[in-house]
Structure formats: structure tokens, C-alpha cells
Design a protein around this ligand. Structure first.
Ligand code: ARG
Length: 295
């Protein structure tokens, strides 16, 4: 049995004050299918309450009126403590429609104690979208292609002094790693190999000693877009087969309905940003950084 994850007990989240589908930058978004604001607010509130009842803390940031996708707090930046120093590497988003989000997020991370802030320049130094990188095993497992790119991942590896194991995402519906990969404990993760090209599909299965492999159809329920607090998996949906494997492994499944947010292409993981990742504990420190590209 793998060891329980030590991170995942403290999150940032953005209150959905101005959430809407204002453009289409992923296959889930449809301008003619708008979220209901009061339903979205209720669902978001219930999700936050669920996390708090599990013992996690949630820091809340208000949403900018000009940033309809900012509710997907996961994408704002990657926060980690490195050599005792809380560090926020801000995303530099692929799509110009989302770039203003980071301008509010950077001072917010600073206010939470992430005194060292690394701000990328969009397009220069590549693209990096948090939500594409999670600690697992000896590295940050990272997706690239639709959003983050090799240059953005290289910069992240250098800034944090960690190893990044890059996987090439090819499925347009799984444009962020967090739609296809969810670390469960030290040896287990939900994995959808169909999100990746052949070499990266093999690579991800090599990285995870005990993968819970999901099909493309299962992944499109957003079941991998889940958050793990200790041995509890907070999921937006849980296909029966996935539930029985998780329960057999000793996890408790809690399903929360965040369906309004699926209209923008994100779910529980996208709505939360873990703030308690520690380099040297949750993944090894690799001075100078290293990117391992798929074969
Ligand atoms: N509309 C957002 C986008 O396309 C959704 C982001 C979902 N977030 C995530 N971590 N997968 O950028």
C-alpha cells in the first residue's frame, strides 16, 4: 500500500463571482451553453465546505470581472516551498484570453506568504499552465502540448530545482494533465493513457507502480479531475469500476456536483490550487533542474 500524500490539505480557490463562457478555448466550452450563476455559486460553496469538513483549509480569492475563467484557480500558478522558501511560479497562459488572471493572482500568492514569486513573460520563455504539473514519484509529472510547452517546463524545472518528467498530450479534450492524471498516494494514480501519444502513454504507465487506468470515456466524465485529502478522493463523478478499485485500495470516495463548471471545461481539481507542496518532501530537490522528455 502506498503512503498517503502529504500535500493536499491547503488550497486556494476563486469565488465564482463572474464565471461565464465568454470564448471557446477547449472542446467543452460552448457560447450557447452558459452556466447558471446561482447554481454555480451553490456548487462551489458545497465543494469548499466538503474540503473543509475533510480537514483541508481553503483560501479564497475574489474573481476579476474581466476574467471569466479565473474560477479555475489551479491554472493561476504552481506553488511550492523550496528550501524553506514559499515560491509561486506564475502561469504564463497559452491563450491571451486568460493572461490577465495572473495579474491578480501574483499579489494574492504573495499575501499568502509566497514571497518568492516567479513571473513568466507570456510567449517568451514558453507557456506554463499550472494544472499541467503534479508531484509524483521522483519528479513533477507534467503534460505539454495543448497548453504548457517544453520551454515553459524547462523554466519551471530550473526555477524550482526539480526534475520534470514531460508527457506529450494529444487528446484535445484532455488539454491539461489534470484531466488525465491524478496522484492518489505514493504509488497510485488515476491515469488515462489515451490522453497521450504512444511514447508518453508508455512512459506514464512506467512512472506509476499501481495505475488506476481509465478509458477515454471515463476520463471525459472528469473523474481524474479530483482532489485527494488523505485517503479521501473528492470527485465530480465516479464510474462504478473506478469506485470499486478506489474502495478496494482503502480510499473513501466523496462525489460533489460541480456540473456548472464543466461548461467551462474544468472540475474539482481545476477549481482548487494546492498550496502545501514541499520540494524535498513530496518530490526530490534536483539542483539546477532537469527535464526528462518522453522517448
Ligand atoms: N476554460 C478553462 C481553460 O480552457 C478551463 C480550465 C480547466 N482547468 C484545468 N486545470 N484543467 O483554460
Amino acid at each position: 500500500m502506498g503512503q498517503v500524500l502529504q500535500w493536499g490539505h491547503r488550497y486556494g480557490a476563486v469565488r465564482p463571482d463572474h464565471f461565464r463562457v465568454a470564448y471557446e478555448i477547449n472542446p467543452f466550452m460552448d457560447l450557447t451553453d452558459q452556466p447558471d450563476p446561482s447554481r454555480a455559486a451553490e456548487q462551489w460553496g458545497a465543494m469548499v465546505t466538503t474540503l473543509e469538513q475533510l480537514g483541508a483549509s481553503v483560501e479564497v480569492l475574489a474573481q476579476r470581472a474581466d476574467a471569466p475563467d479565473m474560477v479555475y484557480a489551479m491554472n493561476l500558478g504552481f506553488a511550492a516551498t523550496v528550501a524553506g522558501q514559499p515560491t509561486a511560479v506564475m502561469s504564463h497562459m497559452r491563450h491571451p484570453e486568460r493572461r490577465m488572471e495572473v495579474r491578480s493572482a501574483a499579489p494574492w500568492f504573495a499575501g499568502l506568504g509566497f514571497a518568492r514569486s516567479v513571473v513568466g513573460r507570456d510567449g517568451v520563455g514558453g507557456h506554463l499552465e499550472a494544472g499541467d504539473v503534479f508531484p509524483f514519484g521522483d519528479a513533477l509529472v507534467a503534460g505539454f502540448g495543448p497548453r504548457s510547452d517544453e520551454l515553459g517546463l524547462k523554466a519551471l524545472a530550473v526555477e524550482l530545482g526539480v526534475r520534470v518528467r514531460a508527457l506529450r498530450i494529444v487528446h484535445p479534450g484532455m488539454y491539461h494533465l489534470d484531466l488525465a492524471f491524478c496522484p492518489l498516494d505514493s504509488t497510485r494514480a488515476i491515469v488515462c493513457p489515451d490522453a497521450f501519444d504512444d511514447a508518453s502513454a508508455r512512459a506514464v504507465l512506467d512512472l506509476v507502480p499501481d495505475p488506476l487506468v481509465v478509458t477515454r470515456a471515463e476520463a471525459l466524465t472528469m473523474c481524474a479531475n479530483s482532489v485527494v485529502v488523505g485517503r479521501t478522493v473528492v470527485m465530480p463523478a465516479c464510474p462504478e469500476r473506478v469506485r470499486s478499485q478506489l474502495e478496494q485500495w482503502g480510499f473513501e470516495v466523496v462525489v460533489v456536483d460541480v456540473s456548472e463548471f464543466h461548461k467551462g471545461g474544468g472540475s474539482v481539481r481545476c477549481l482548487t490550487n494546492p498550496l502545501d507542496i514541499v520540494v524535498g518532501r513530496d518530490l526530490p530537490s534536483v539542483p539546477g533542474g532537469q527535464v526528462v522528455l518522453p522517448g
